[in-house]
Write a protein that binds this ligand. Structure first.
Ligand code: PEP
Length: 259
């Protein structure tokens, strides 16, 4: 048992308009018990267009769910058409922001240097960045998974100070497991999470590394959540597809219920 608060995050990606998002969150809240959300954090990351509606719903119904965003710009404001800044997110009570998701690395050409700037901007603005790393299939098959992932960890944390590092979250998401129904084995997820923690200890120190939460992501479902949450170095999960079903996500959040 460690002192890190478990963290369950749903990434809705480009799904659900703001009305559908309200319905989904209401359904989720209906299925969650107080016990499910106690002593762990539950976060949903809807599209930007739903953040304001969900902020209002969470506040008015006093839901034990926090808001996350799926991306941010590294600058606080400026001529950046189509982008959203950290201060804008903070004003909506957004507490977490995903940076460096593999879909943004792949489809928007985001590199580690940009992701580090986003992570620093999030921390400076009072948000907790969920920094995503993960190897592709080729790297996994050629035995280079750890090398690739640790290089991403180091590159994505450039200039993140030791004082800020406690608020970091790292999500290990093997690209070949995202949306494919294939999951890393618990042993592989644990090995990579431990390797990431080792790299964080080298970058900062043992105590800082011991306080940083590391999530696993990649086809997390109600059927595999328990085997992941028992791993020593895995402190939670980042869930894509299954977070779009209120019933499935509630089972994932309520994994301790043992149903
Ligand atoms: C993700 O996109 O972060 C993810 C883990 O997706 P899925 O759960 O659908 O594999």
């Amino acid at each position: 048992m460690n002192a890190r608060t478990p963290l369950i995050v749903g990434n809705w990606k480009m799904h659900r308009d703001h009305l559908e998002a309200i319905q989904l969150l209401q359904r989720l809240a209906y299925h969650l018990t107080e016990e499910d959300t106690a002593e762990q954090e539950t976060v949903v990351c809807p599209p930007f267009t739903a953040l304001r509606s969900l902020q209002t719903l969470i506040q008015s119904d006093r839901m034990a769910v926090a808001l996350g965003a799926q991306d941010c710009h590294p600058d606080p404001e400026g001529a950046h058409t189509g982008d959203i800044s950290v201060p804008m997110l903070a004003r909506l009570d957004v507490r977490y922001v995903v940076v460096g998701h593999s879909e943004r690395r792949l489809h928007h050409g985001e590199d580690d240097a940009l992701i580090a700037r986003k992570a620093r901007a999030a921390l400076a603005g009072g948000l907790r960045p969920i920094v995503c790393v993960g190897e592709g299939e080729t790297a996994r098959e050629s035995g280079q998974a750890e090398e690739v992932v640790l290089a991403q960890v180091r590159g994505s944390l450039v200039d993140v100070s030791p004082a800020e590092a406690a608020d970091l979250v790292i999500a290990y998401e093997p690209v070949w497991a995202i949306g494919t129904g294939r999951t890393a084995t618990p042993a592989d997820a644990q090995d990579m999470a431990a390797a990431i923690r080792g790299a964080l200890a080298e970058r900062y120190d043992e105590a800082t590394a011991a306080g940083i939460r590391i999530l696993y992501g990649g086809s997390v479902k109600p059927a595999n959540i328990r085997s992941l949450m028992t791993l020593d170095d895995v402190d939670g999960v980042l869930v894509g597809g299954a977070s779009l079903s209120a019933e499935d996500f509630a089972l994932i959040v309520g994994h301790r219920r043992g149903v």
